[in-house]
Write a protein that binds this ligand. Structure first.
Ligand SMILES: [Zn+2]
Length: 380
């Protein structure tokens, strides 16, 4: 069956992260660490270079850089490029129309300013606000829970006017997606614990569930009122996330809350490995969307075909959104764009062969998933 050629369609990358201003990799090991979610040194040294993802990336990079397809040659050829030149070359080749950037990671001091990336890549760069980062700052700055809630309401009173196209939550990395309504006593006690952490350490890592959940409800109310999308990390991530609690089915209580129906919910990273669960939620809740990310998780081509089939198998086409989840190095944003188009083109080609879609429907689905759904959802 013939795959669709989607290579001419520009992508709106609806979830990615900033690029490091300094791109030099001091060694092959230093470069490899960008392609694993493991914090274990032995993984970088012994195992990461043996993933199917990494083998594919090396050959793609070798073709792009015009060098031999081994790790030492690719890293050496990459090192000969200036950071700005490397970013411009890769992102322009990826035909990116817009990057929606999660500003919560990497730290802003390490990343190239959005305006510079936009100029180098010839694309629009639109920021997204990470809720937990803002909450941590507000908890450190106010000494009652009421004051933090009020400050959060004020900070989120007009998200778009503040320059953001979406909100992002990493609750899955902290206390899980089973976000509850807590009584005031529990939320207050949790706030006092967080304040003690601020006093003792000078910084806060918000892992206090009654407090985090209570503040998330403030944010959801604002998002629903303004119809601003909220992206949730779901599924695959580093070991900070308990994968069991990162299953999107835990969001049921939030999704069943009538008052939040105006809040578009974007389930990130195809909820991997819970893609069918995410696709189901996108099929039954009007306000749920499923992100299909082709940079991270670090998967083989066959596994990307599998999750794309699973997502298209159950979710409406109008609920699917392309992304890279690229972080730090432009290889991820770039590789994702052309691999994502290829995978999607193949799965849509199959759907024509099976009789699910006409050729024209399949072409339209490719454009919708790669860019049009995101343009509409984020009001770009
Ligand atoms: Zn991300």
């Amino acid at each position: 069956m013939d795959a669709l050629d989607l290579s001419a369609i520009p992508v709106v990358d609806n979830h990615c992260h900033g690029l490091y201003a300094m791109q030099a990799a001091t060694s092959a090991q230093a470069w490899r660490r960008h392609f694993t979610e493991s914090g274990d040194a032995g993984m970088r040294d012994e195992h990461t270079a043996t993933t199917l993802f990494y083998h594919r990336l090396l050959r793609e990079m070798a073709a792009f850089l015009g060098c031999a397809a081994d790790e030492a040659s690719v890293v050496a050829a990459r090192e000969r490029r200036d950071a700005r030149e490397l970013i411009a070359a890769l992102l322009r080749a990826a035909r990116i129309e817009t990057l929606l950037v999660d500003q919560g990671y990497p730290p802003r001091g390490l990343v190239m300013p959005d305006a510079e990336v936009a100029a180098l890549a010839g694309c629009r760069v639109a920021p997204m606000l990470r809720l937990e980062t803002l909450m941590q700052e507000l908890i450190a700055a106010h000494n009652t829970l009421d004051a933090v809630e009020e400050a959060l309401r004020v900070a989120l009173a007009d998200v778009r006017a503040a320059g953001y196209v979406a909100l992002k939550s990493i609750a899955a990395y902290r206390t899980g997606l089973a976000i509850r309504v807590w009584d005031r006593h529990d939320a207050g006690a949790s706030f006092m614990e967080a304040r003690r952490e601020v006093e003792q350490r000078g910084v806060l890592r918000l892992t206090h569930q009654p407090l985090l959940d209570t503040l998330l409800h403030v944010a959801f109310a604002e998002a629903a009122r303004q119809e601003v999308p909220v992206q949730f990390h779901t599924g695959y991530g580093d070991t900070d996330a308990d994968l069991l609690l990162a299953n999107p089915l835990h969001l049921r209580a939030v999704l069943e809350t009538r008052a939040y129906r105006g809040m578009p919910v974007v389930l990130l990273h195809e909820c991997y490995p819970y893609t069918r669960e995410g696709g189901y939620l996108a099929a039954v809740y009007e306000n749920v969307y499923l992100d299909l990310s082709y940079g991270i998780p670090f998967l083989s081509y066959a596994e990307m075909l599998a999750f794309t089939r699973a997502a298209l198998g159950v979710a409406p086409v109008s609920k699917l959104l392309y992304s890279s989840d690229g972080v730090g190095v432009p290889e991820l944003h770039w590789s994702s764009a052309h691999t994502g188009r290829r995978v999607l083109g193949q799965v849509l080609g199959e759907s024509v062969a099976y009789g699910d879609l006409s050729a024209a429907d399949a072409e339209a689905a490719g454009r919708a998933i790669l860019r049009e759904n995101a343009l509409r959802l984020y009001r770009l």
